[in-house]
Write a protein that binds this ligand. Sequence first.
Ligand code: ATP
Ligand code: MG
Length: 188
Amino acid sequence: MRVGILGGTFDPIHVGHLIAGSEVHTALNLDTVVFMPAGHPWQKDEHKISSAQHRFEMVNRAVADDERFTVSDLEIQRSGPTYAIDTVEKWQKDNPNHEIFWIVGADALLGMTTWHRWEEFLDLVKVVSVNRPGLDPTEVPFDFLSVQMPEVRISATQLRKRFGQGVGCKYLVPDPVIDYILEENLYN
Ligand code: ATP
Ligand code: MG
């Protein structure tokens, strides 16, 4: 099985994430793409992040109608800082026949050498980078695959701001996720 894993905070999930998952699925002929919300994203200020349950629920709603996509709660079930190496080790133990393609945007690619035990992590997965506007992933000190996707210049940070200001986000965030954000009053 060729399995893509796309980790993130997903606060909220948006079309940038979904296009990335879809384009990599097609380009690399993957069997599935797993969206993996981080439990405790230690490189972000956790006080400002929606609960893991809310972020998990949003991802669930976003991928529900696409049979190529699934969601995993592996990271949100784990306590302590979320390290991708722990996730991959557990995944491989449970699924020894999976070849893992770890999907990141160019910004995450550039930060990867700050990840916990990053060199061991790179021995276990194939890294796949998708382009992100304004970022040039040259001089990355390890091998990775590159998939070009149509660029979408949005981030979850901008979207949280827009929701907070009551600015509409249709087509940037899937409708069921917008409904959930408004029902739960996530970004006010
Ligand atoms: P935030 O602004 O809160 O950091 P984000 O939009 O960057 O949110 P993350 O959850 O941090 O979303 O990102 C998860 C993964 O998706 C990362 O690998 C990131 O590089 C990638 N990604 C996010 N937005 C885009 C986008 N617009 N185009 C391509 N990749 C993206
Ligand atoms: Mg980000």
